[in-house]
Design a protein around this ligand. Structure first.
Ligand code: UDP
Ligand code: MG
Length: 312
């Protein structure tokens, strides 16, 4: 490994983006051309099934500033971003999607904010193209809920961010296996700035997010950040306890008064509600338990198979 330390590293997770990769590399080059700064591009192939890795190798062969690594399988965007962060050696790192939805021409504005003293520059969405009303509402609800539960503000936040070396090192020092970049890179604090950008509609390929993976991501993000749902279980239990005392006293009273035959509907309703609460409560506890299980195993977050800067 060379001790070369570029000023800036551009890090991109790549999963089946072969078709748009040359355009992405060219756009980054064009955006940074006028700045005359020493930069590198780290492309992390996250187990693509298309020709992404060949294109990364080709780009790296043509341009020494481009480095590629390939994970041994698809580990997910979070893991790919982490692999890129660990590899990047710049004094600042820009995390950017490779699908051109994060326009590289915003990077100079982010660099300007860095030069003005910001340590973390967040690019925030000023629009959400091609997102249905339902998915927009769902992401608003998630951001709102997450911000309320954790006091980490996420509205309009994206993974498109510039982090300076101290911020990157702070992130890399976090030991947790399953990370949530948008959350942790906000949680670390530091001097912050925001730059607005317009999300481009997805050109080639399609988004990898399904309702299922989004729900998984939301649950992971919340359990990674806050024990609040566990406290909700406790709170529900306490409310039920109060309810139980009132209803219990009333029931005994009526039994003593001799009119306790009616009430079948009430019994069924109470059983249904109570059963639901018990199962949901167990589910929440289970989610936290499975996190603990994951962390205790301590498996690597990703496995690197090949790198362009090493003979394969
Ligand atoms: N990505 C990845 N691994 C995955 C899924 C996505 O590295 O398992 C990359 C993808 O290539 C892109 C970025 O993460 O550069 C964002 O993915 P996508 O466009 O599917 O997400 P969206 O823009 O809809 O949030
Ligand atoms: Mg995208």
């Amino acid at each position: 490994m060379t001790a070369h330390r570029p000023e800036l590293s551009i890090v991109s997770p790549v999963h089946n983006e072969g078709a748009s990769l040359p355009a992405f590399v060219a756009a980054v080059d064009a955006a940074l051309a006028d700045l005359h700064l020493d930069y590198e591009v780290v492309l992390v192939d996250d187990g693509s099934r298309d020709d992404s890795w060949d294109r990364i190798r080709k780009a790296a062969a043509e341009d020494p500033r481009i480095r590629g690594l390939s994970l041994s399988r698809n580990f997910g965007k979070e893991a790919a971003m982490r692999a890129g962060l660990e590899t990047a050696c710049g004094q600042a790192v820009v995390m950017i999607d490779a699908d051109l939805q994060h326009p590289p021409d915003v990077i100079p504005a982010m660099i300007a904010a860095w030069r003005d003293g910001a340590q973390v520059v967040e690019a925030v969405k000023s629009n959400r193209p091609g997102q249905s009303f339902a998915s927009r509402s769902a992401s608003r609800l998630f951001n709102w809920g997450f911000s309320r539960l954790t006091s980490v503000e996420l509205s309009d936040a994206t993974d498109f961010r510039l982090l300076t070396r101290p911020a990157v090192d702070a992130l890399l020092s976090m030991p947790e296996r399953s990370s949530f970049f948008r959350g942790t890179s906000t949680w670390i604090g530091f001097q912050r700035a925001r730059v607005a950008f317009e999300v481009a509609p997805r050109g080639v390929g399609r988004t990898r997010w399904s309702l299922r993976s989004l729900t998984r991501m939301a649950i992971d993000a919340i359990t990674a950040f806050t024990p609040a749902p566990l406290r909700l279980v406790t709170a529900a239990g306490i409310i039920f306890a109060v309810f139980a005392v009132v209803l219990g006293v009333q029931t005994i009273w009526r039994w003593a008064a001799g009119d306790a035959i009616q009430g079948f509907t009430t019994v069924i309703l109470i059983l249904l509600v109570q059963g639901t609460f018990v199962l949901v409560g167990l589910g929440i506890i289970g989610e936290y338990l499975s996190r603990v299980h994951d962390e205790v195993k301590g498996r690597p977050r990703f496995i690197i198979d090949r790198r362009t800067d090493e003979p394969s």
